[in-house]
Design a binder for this molecule. Structure first.
Ligand SMILES: Cc1cc2nc3c(=O)[nH]c(=O)nc-3n(C[C@H](O)[C@H](O)[C@H](O)COP(=O)(O)O)c2cc1C
Length: 318
């Protein structure tokens, strides 16, 4: 029998249940197999693969990664092996564990999203899809589907018809109203929304006067984007009823708690995994300590618990 002192980190994202709220973010965890020697995948509630397209993509020319202080700027351009090789070689290795296996899908046109999902339907054991409609680093597709809510609704609706699996839509902060994107996703039949993808950013070498990325601009991620991401999650929490997965700059347990307080049911960890692939295991044990010290049994109680009654906090933050 469960004692009153157990810490339950489980969360529900509609039909998808995770044993903890930590999900590895797309593009920061390979295809789900690469980290096996350095970290236990089952420390995660789930993981999202690198975005998969219909045909293999070679991505943008180098340089396509540059560290900025602080944070990371990338223009990988969704380089990936394509759905066929992924289904044949990778997918069978990532299904069936404690961590839910979610495939990110990114394509140039709607028909390709439908086709990729249709082919992935043949792979047994996958737990769902994240529709990446928010990549700022590709010429075709990319953010275009997200910037226009009617295209978002149509795309999600078309994919929804191809699959009964769990679907989340990944939204961009690079739009005027992210809540319109979230509403469109819900209207199209998405089970959840994931936010945020990277912010458009740029880095320049003052001496040579050259851009530091081949594509000139790229996607900005890491700890500095957290306040932007928190604000977007809060905005979307107030706009839709489907679960929100918070993403952006998460690198410790307090970040997780803060995202849940403003409305996230689960979170994704991206850039921080590059520095420490074993981070999820550490965050889980820190979250358990936090729950113990707060006398909390259910972590999911945090979701949407922001206290706005008395206005903002006063005093020196710890
Ligand atoms: C190198 C790199 C590659 C990425 N590739 C993808 C991708 O293929 N698909 C996707 O949806 N997001 C991709 N992202 C975005 C992340 O999943 C995440 O939304 C973003 O980095 C913000 O979270 P973070 O600050 O924790 O990194 C990538 C991010 C980085 C840094």
């Amino acid at each position: 029998m469960a004692s009153s002192h157990t810490q339950d980190l489980g969360v529900s994202l509609g039909t998808l249940k995770l044993h903890n709220p930590l999900i590895a973010a797309s593009g920061c965890y390979g295809y789900g197999v690469e980290y096996s020697d350095v970290a236990d995948r089952n420390d995660l509630g789930g993981f999202i693969t690198k975005s998969i397209s219909l045909e293999p993509w070679k991505g943008n020319d180098p340089p396509r990664l540059t560290e900025v202080s602080p944070g990371l700027l990338n223009s990988i351009g969704l380089a990936n092996m394509g759905v066929q090789r992924f289904s044949d070689e990778i997918a069978p290795q990532i299904v069936g564990g404690k961590a839910k296996a979610i495939v990110s899908v990114a394509c140039k046109v709607m028909e390709e999203y439908e086709e990729v999902v249709a082919r992935l339907e043949d792979v047994e054991g996958l737990d769902g899809y994240e529709l990446n409609i928010s990549c700022p680093n590709v010429k075709e597709g990319g953010m275009a589907f997200c910037l226009n809510p009617s295209l978002t609704e149509e795309l999600v609706g078309r994919v929804r018809k191809r699959s009964s699996r769990w679907i989340t839509t990944k939204l961009t902060p690079n739009m005027t109203s992210i809540s319109e994107g979230a509403k469109a996703s819900a209207a199209g039949g998405a089970d959840a929304v994931s936010l945020i993808n990277t912010l458009v950013g740029m880095a320049v070498d003052w001496k040579s006067r050259r851009p530091k990325l081949s594509t000139i601009t790229g996607g900005y991620s890491g700890p500095p984007v957290k306040p932007v991401a928190l604000a977007k999650v809060w905005e979307v929490w107030n706009a839709v009823d489907i679960p929100i997965i918070g993403i952006g700059g998460i690198s410790n347990w307090k970040d997780v708690v803060e995202f849940m307080i403003v409305g996230a049911s689960a979170v994704q960890i991206g850039t921080a995994l590059y520095a420490d692939p074993d981070l999820p295991g550490k965050i889980v044990s820190d979250l358990e300590d936090f729950m113990r010290s707060e006398g909390m049994n259910l972590l999911s109680e945090l979701t949407g618990s922001l206290n706005t009654d008395g206005g903002a906090m006063v005093g020196v933050p710890k």
